[in-house]
Structures are given as structure tokens and as C-alpha cells.
Design a binder for this molecule. Sequence first.
Ligand code: G4P
Length: 192
Amino acid sequence: MELLKDYIRKYGNVPNDNVLKVDSFLNHQIDTNLMMELAKDFKEHFKDKKITKILTIETSGIAPSVFLGYLLNVPVVFMKKNSSAILDQNFYHTTVHSFTKNIDYDLILSKKYINEDDHVIFIDDFMANGEACLGALRIIKEANAHVSGIGIVIEKSFQNGRKLVEEKGYDIYSQVRIKSLRKETITFVDEK
Ligand code: G4P
């Protein structure tokens, strides 16, 4: 998505060869005009899919998801990173390992909000190693809901998230795919 590439080129920072900081429009301050354009792009991409719910993860997946949910007129549900409900039978939960942060965390989701009648699009802001996405897929499976699609705003294609998720038989739509990050240079997958 060219607009998103422009934002990344203009406002993105690369503190090291693994991390892209996009705090000024996605991860801290949120550019609402951009969020609407991301949502329109997701809507167009998934236009042939049946969708009853958008599923995301707090915090930064929520903004693009809400705009998409509004355009599709469906609810947005976000999984919480919390361990207090882990023994509560009213919640689905799964443990995710973050290689970026080198921590384990629990994703929880109330059973009230996703069920076997749902056709779910999973949306997230970043895909790095794919662990959050795989956790979300485990929860959707446990709920016996249908996966209608996976939409990622920024995929770091030099990490192996896409590969791991595709190996499970799912397609991923990423709005931009980053081939490499170097101090002065952000290279996208479709560029030299
Ligand atoms: P994975 O799920 O794809 O395996 O990702 P990983 O655990 O490696 O990443 C953990 C957190 O770090 C996630 O945010 C993810 O969005 C974020 N992240 C990974 N790589 C980058 C990057 O290059 N830039 C930025 N800005 N974030 C990155 P989180 O902890 O869930 O944060 P939030 O959604 O609460 O803001």
C-alpha cells in the first residue's frame, strides 16, 4: 500500500536492524486519516469474504480494527494480555512467546464474544515472528469459529512469522512487507 510506505519512509525510525518505530502514526499517536485508509484497503482486500467479527490484540491492533469494523458494520473484539482470568472457564486463553521482548504473555478472550457462528478476520499492527497471530488462531479454533482472513499492517518479512502461519494453511494479507531495516534505509519486499 503506497500511502503506508510513504508514511513509513517519512515518519518511521530504525533504532536497530530489527525494529521499525512508528510511534507517530500507529503505536503511540494515531493518525486517524491513515487508519481510515488502512481500513478501506483491508475492506477492499477481503470484499469476497463473509465477516461477522474483527479480532485483534490490545493495544496497537485496535485502531485499524475499529475503523474496519465501522466500515463493515461488524463488532471488533480485542484479546487482552492478562493472566488474571486464566483459570476462569468463561475465557479462552493461550500463552504466547514474544521473541522481540523475550517474554511469555497470556492472551485471553471472553467466550461471550466469539462462537461457532462467527467468521473472523484477525487484524494486527505488526507481524514479526508470528507468535501473536498463531495464538489468535489457536483461540479462534478453540471457539470453533471460522477464519475468514488475516490482515497485517506491517510485516517484517525478514522474520519468519509469515512462513509459520502459511505452514498452518492460512493466507496472510500484509499492507506493507519490509525486506530489511538499516539505519538510513527501509527496504520493502517489492523494491531493490
Ligand atoms: P510476533 O507476535 O509476530 O511473534 O511478534 P513479537 O512477539 O516479536 O512482537 C511483540 C511486540 O512487539 C508486539 O507488540 C509487536 O507488535 C511488536 N513489534 C515487533 N516488531 C516490531 C517493530 O519492528 N516495531 C514496532 N513498533 N513494534 C514491533 P505488543 O507488545 O503487542 O505491543 P502493543 O500492541 O501493545 O503496542
